[in-house]
Structures are given as C-alpha cells and as structure tokens.
Design a protein around this ligand. Structure first.
Ligand code: KIV
Length: 294
C-alpha cells in the first residue's frame, strides 16, 4: 500500500509541485473500487472524468452526462476517502450557462466530495473560472483536444499542429494560469507545444497525449488497464499496463463452464444444514414428523 500515512493532496499541494523533480500522476476513477486502486497505487490525483460517459456508460462521446451523473460518481469515489486530490469534471452545459448556474453546478460536485473541478476551454472560460474561484472552489483547466467541443473540432484530433493554433494554445494556457487555475490538462498536442506551454505558465501542466515535457501525466483507468469497447481504436499515447478485459472475460467464461458442469458450487462453497434439521424436515429418506392437530 503506497502513501497511506502521507497527507491528503490538495489543490495548493498540487500547485506547489510545479517544476519539481517528481512528475504529478493523475488517473481517472469513477467508483469506489477504482478509487481504492488508484489511491493504493500512490497517484497524486483522481480525476472523475466525464469520460465516464464513454468508458463506463457506453456513449459515443462525453456530451451525454449531466452534473447529477457526475455527482453520483464523485460521491462513490469520495466515500473511499482517498489520499489523492479528487478532481471532478464539470460536464458539458454545466458552465456554458449563467454565472449562478455555473457556480451551483461546481458546488454540487464539491458537496459530492470533490476537492476541485475541471473545465474545458481557454480564454473564453476566464469568466466562468473567476466565478467558481470566487466561491473558493479550485479549478483545473483543460486545453488542446477538448472532447466537449467534438462537434466544433470535427472529431477527436490532435490540436495545435499549425503555427497559429499552437500560439493560440499558449495564449489560452497563459490566460488560464492568470485566471487562477491550479493546473492545466494538455490533451493531444505536439510535444513541442506542450513544452512551450509548460515553460510559459507557473502552474503544473498534466499531459495526455502531450509528450514528456509536462509537469505530470494522466491516463484513463480503462485504457491503462486494457478495458476497451470492441472496435474502439486506442490513441497512440495510451500505454496498456494490463489486459483486464481479457482476464475478466476468461474468469467469467470459467464460471459459466463450472456452473454448467456442476463444478460450482462445491461443498466448501455451500451452507450445510445440520443432520438434526435434515431429520426434522424429513430429508434424505427419514419420515417427516406430522404436525399435531388439536
Ligand atoms: O474525462 C477525462 O477522462 C479527461 C481526461 C482525458 C483528462 O478529461
């Protein structure tokens, strides 16, 4: 078990790691068992990502989940009282709304147990960030490939490949840092762009498909462990550390076979009745006692 005696991570303790020797590690989790594993493995942050829509709930994109959905998963993660900072994704249409609604939605995720919220977008999110920070809720930014913008981006594509778009990403990152975010996720950007951003801001950058020049890295639980929906092409930045879907399928296949062959349950897996009770019920050939009639 890693880090059980260490202090719980907070937004300020994440921020303090900028430029440090130890890269920050964030992994997504969406329920209590996955949160326990990420905590025991020693990660610094658990992201309850809106990727839950795709990797848990079976949708094709992240646009289908609501703040209520996110709060449900955040609460399950938070009930494990993990050492890593719990960061909750604000879903699509939860911060593209009025100031009051934005703040209320962020507060719902904090009340569910998150220690910070994450939202997608650059300069145009500065007002929303200011409003959330004003209620004392730490905010993580997210630029580059922002899956909530899939329709305007035209698909899940690497961002910042042209001079203009690369410069725009740097400007976005600087604006987010100046607005007060405590960290910024950089998703699917060329490594040189990630390096420029990392060098340009005083807050940690957490990369996913952004190369090594970031202050930390994040991966999605299901990608890292080898759970992939049939036909889903994994992006090249995913490193699979296990093949758990195949292992789980083997295990369940074995269970099916054992039930069908009679190998499950065994005597040791069974609650047995006492002989006295079996006699009393007339089981195993003994005549059952007749009820007395008055
Ligand atoms: O929702 C998510 O899992 C994310 C990560 C890809 C950073 O936002």
């Amino acid at each position: 078990m890693a880090a059980a005696s260490q202090a719980r991570m907070t937004a300020p303790s994440v921020l303090a790691r900028k430029g440090g020797d130890a890269p920050l590690v964030m992994v997504t989790a969406y329920d209590a068992p996955s949160a326990r594993v990420v905590d025991a493995a020693g990660a610094d942050m658990i992201l309850v990502g809106d990727s839950v829509a795709m990797v848990v709930l079976g949708y094709d994109d992240t646009l289908q989940v609501t703040t209520d959905d996110m709060a449900h998963h955040v609460a399950a993660v938070a009930r494990t009282r993990p050492r890593p900072l719990v960061v909750a994704d604000l879903p699509w249409m939860s911060y593209h709304v009025t100031r009051d609604e934005t703040v209320r939605n962020a507060a719902q995720l904090i009340r569910a147990g998150a220690g910070a919220v994450k939202l997608e977008g650059g300069r145009k999110r500065v007002a929303a960030i200011a409003a959330i920070l004003d209620t004392e809720i730490p905010v993580m930014g997210h630029i580059g490939l922002t899956p909530q913008s899939i329709h305007t981006l035209g698909g899940f594509k690497v961002q910042g490949k042209q001079l203009d778009s690369a410069r725009a990403l740097v400007d976005d990152a600087v604006a987010l840092a100046e607005a007060g975010v405590f960290a910024i996720v950089l998703e699917c950007v060329p490594d040189g762009v990630a390096r420029m951003i990392t060098d340009s801001v005083a807050v940690p950058t957490i990369g996913i498909g952004a190369g090594r020049h970031c202050d930390g890295q994040v991966l999605v639980w299901h990608d890292l462990l080898g759970f992939a929906a049939p036909g889903r092409k994994l992006p090249k930045f995913v490193r699979r550390y296990a093949e758990m879907e195949a292992e789980a399928t083997d295990a369940v296949t074995q269970f099916c076979a054992d039930v069908r062959s009679g190998a499950f349950p065994s005597s040791a897996e069974t609650y047995h009745m006492t002989d006295q009770m079996a006699d009393g019920l007339g089981l195993y050939g003994a005549p059952a006692p007749q009820p007395e009639h008055a």
